[in-house]
Design a binder for this molecule. Sequence first.
Ligand code: PPS
Length: 285
Amino acid sequence: MFDFEGISMTRCFTDNWEKVQNFQARPDDILIATYPKAGTTWVSYILDLLYFGNDDLERQTSQPIYMRIPFLELCFQEFSTGTEMADNLPTSPRLIKTHLPVQLVPKSFWEQNSRIVYLARNAKDNAVSYFHFDRMNMVQPEPGDWNSFIQKFMKGKNVFGPWYDHVSGWWEKKQTYPNLLYLFYEDLVEDTGREVERLSSFLGLSTSVEEREKIIKGVQFDAMKQNNMTNHVTLPFMDFKISPFMRKGKVGDWKCHFTVAQNEQFDEVYKQKMKKTTVRFRTEI
Ligand code: PPS
């Protein structure tokens, strides 16, 4: 890990930087932006089904979600780069994933006024999920034990930088960029149907009740965990014996990880780091 444009990064996300910065977005592109482990795959699959669920069976049964929705800044070994994959996408719209903080998003997305869906998750559950991901993903830095990991998280030294700045930076952007929908993981868990409706309406899609019901069923945690196109089992650098990608999918799992002392320290740091923003999270529902 090293400092890159003010945030911690690894080479997987910076080696293709010139092409990322110069990426040519289109007006109908939809950018899915998240801090890592906020529920990217979940909202990606919902969007994929909303647009392409009815008309392309092959897409749904033989293309893993990470092939359908390129990860813009990814540049890793023999895989095509995120920008190449996005440039070669045959679909309209193109759905594109990023974990970049708002200030590093290629400027063409703003110039083209592309629609952006940002999904945020409360810091405690996000940290727990990130910890287990770093344990099982051989490409990510070693997380150390849980206590070292949250110390690092509070200092903002994870890949893609501080959670605090990420969620608040995108929240501020929403105030001036109307084509940005800011969603919360906790709301998705609480009422997936309501959030699917919000998404459809933001995207100007008219979906029937039957279609929405089918989507809601397909994107439930257990369904996505069983679905090899969404559960990432096809990725060779993830060790599912250590932890599955579709791990728990819950709000409040942090309670099984934080000690009382860690929780108090976390709350104190949180208050400081988040004092200037109006974005509010629920750590339980
Ligand atoms: S990544 O690697 O950054 O793209 O990971 P990401 O997809 O953002 O986050 C993975 C976490 O999202 C949970 N998830 C879900 N929760 C509830 N319902 C559904 N359908 C769902 N799909 C994915 C996944 O389980 C990870 O969270 P944890 O807490 O680790 O289980």
